[in-house]
Design a binder for this molecule. Sequence first.
Ligand code: S3P
Length: 170
Amino acid sequence: MRVYLIGFMGSGKSTFGKKLAAKLNMPFVDTDKAIEQAQGKTIPQIFSEYGEAYFRSLEAAFIRSTTEYTSALISCGGGTPCFNDNMDWMRENGITVYLKVPEEHLFQRLRTRTAKRPLLAGMDDDALRAYIRDMLQKRSAFYDRAHQIVDPTAVKPKFVADLLRKKMEH
Ligand code: S3P
């Protein structure tokens, strides 16, 4: 079974995701890292050299290539579910899990880590707060369609692993 982990930047898709994958005995696959490796460039370089639309096409192609895994936890980029019908595709090809983190937590987690994220580059605190609010409003329509929604600041990876195991049995 494939698990697609989705959520906003800073929601813990990597840290919580790695622990969750370990509890599920699944390899952890990071969409952004796979794209960076395949392109030999960082995400900021891909954005600045080719633009966001090109990045979104790489992302959609990578997601569709994950059928090569019979069992894996695939950690998506924050925007992955929101472009190119990726959410429909992931729902049909695996279990989708949304890490839904309170807005204030996202702000605290992201304020020191804008450099690696081209969409947040150069934002001050006010701009970052406004951006998170606005993007969450737009992206929730996609994120909320996940099979399972969990708050990683409130539950442990083992709890989510048990939930997903039950889902997979049915
Ligand atoms: C993006 C999130 C990033 C990365 C890219 C775009 C987004 O991934 O895919 O910078 O649109 O929210 P993380 O959510 O892992 O930071």
